[in-house]
Write a protein that binds this ligand. Structure first.
Ligand code: NAD
Length: 309
């Protein structure tokens, strides 16, 4: 069995790594548009590096992609669709619009192969640990064939429906999470200004009704002002854009999602496009009066109306 992995970025690097480690009976080939990435990946994991999408995909039974957005996915599709083998399965882990997933699904079906839109949740750490959640849209028979492969790097894989359903599920995930992170930023800022020990407050809340994955995994980073890791503000802004376009076409109102999107534009303007998006905390600190910014101490509220530093 031959597998081609295209896109060796923060997520794709680990996904391809798990496939390489999973079963050495298959023939794995990798490609990234950044040539050096392919060379470095092969130096670490073995397998072969291709010099183009076309050579990587030729004769592949499975193609696995992890690309930034619609634009790169379309560019890859233009090279890939004319050469993809009959009955081959293309599993795409990029987060894109549902429209582009359906469009590419149709183009791939027309040449006798299959396309699964399979965005992921779980972040770089989930990819590194092989514990991603994968939400899949597309043909059920193709899903059944691809599932054992995807399980090499996922702890949960679910078929969500026809082409585009994976992307719509991922959008729902993003809608559900954006407000949580902003609420956590507001809560941590409030606790600091109230003069509480923020780490103690988090410990007290972790088993209570306000607990969340964000609180468990991001509260300490937010408190310390450490944002140099993870899922970037730029990528979260892309995801929110996809969600708002889809919601607008459906006539669905998403006021909190839209607002957090604007807050992330502020983070971007602060130079935080590459920071993890929990840097919403930094905006909360800086945009409120009397605060000292990244990693700094928030001003403490004094009940006697004293100085707001
Ligand atoms: P990334 O930018 O680190 O990686 C994308 C890779 O694709 C880059 O190495 C880039 O060079 C490569 N690429 C671009 N065009 C190409 C082409 N034509 N051919 C081959 N390679 C090409 O992005 P990432 O953080 O790994 O995210 C990938 C996808 O996964 C995105 O859609 C993102 O929204 C989604 N995602 C990311 C995370 C995360 O925590 N980083 C979490 C969940 C979902």
């Amino acid at each position: 069995m031959r597998i081609a992995c295209l896109g060796l970025g923060r997520m794709g690097w680990h996904i391809a790594g798990h496939l390489a480690a999973h079963d050495d009976s298959h023939d794995l080939v990798v490609f990234d548009i950044v040539e050096d990435l392919g060379r470095r990946w092969v130096a670490e994991h073995g397998a072969g590096a291709a010099d183009s999408v076309t050579t990587a995909v030729a004769d592949a039974d499975f193609v696995v992609t992890s690309l930034p957005s619609d634009r790169e996915l379309l560019a890859v599709a233009d090279d890939l669709v004319p050469v993809i083998a009959d009955q081959a399965i293309w599993v795409d882990h990029s987060t894109t619009s549902a429209r582009i997933a359906r469009e590419i699904g149709d183009r791939v079906s027309a040449v006798g192969a299959h396309f699964l839109d399979a965005p992921v949740s779980g972040g770089v750490d989930g990819a590194r640990r092989g514990a991603l959640t994968v939400m899949v849209g597309g043909d059920e028979g193709a899903f059944a064939r691809a599932e054992p492969l995807v399980e090499a790097y996922a702890s949960r894989v679910r078929h969500m429906g026809v082409s585009g359903a994976g992307q719509l599920t991922k959008m729902t995930n993003q809608i559900c999470v954006v407000g949580l992170c902003q609420a956590l930023a507001e809560g941590l800022d409030f606790a600091a200004r109230a003069g509480l020990d923020v780490e103690d407050v988090v410990q007290a809340m972790l088993q209570g009704s306000s607990t969340s994955w964000q609180m468990e995994n991001r509260a300490d980073k937010m408190h310390e002002g450490d944002y140099d890791f993870g899922f970037s503000t730029a990528l979260m802004r892309k995801d929110i854009g996809l969600v708002l376009d889809e919601a607008s076409a459906m006539g669905v109102s998403l006021p909190v999602t839209a607002l957090v999107g604007q807050f992330l534009a502020d983070v971007d303007a602060m130079g935080g496009a590459g920071w993890d998006w929990c840097s919403l905390m930094e905006r909360q600190r800086r945009f409120a009066p009397g605060t000292s910014g990244k990693g700094g101490q928030a001003a403490v509220h004094e009940p006697d109306g004293g100085a707001q530093r």
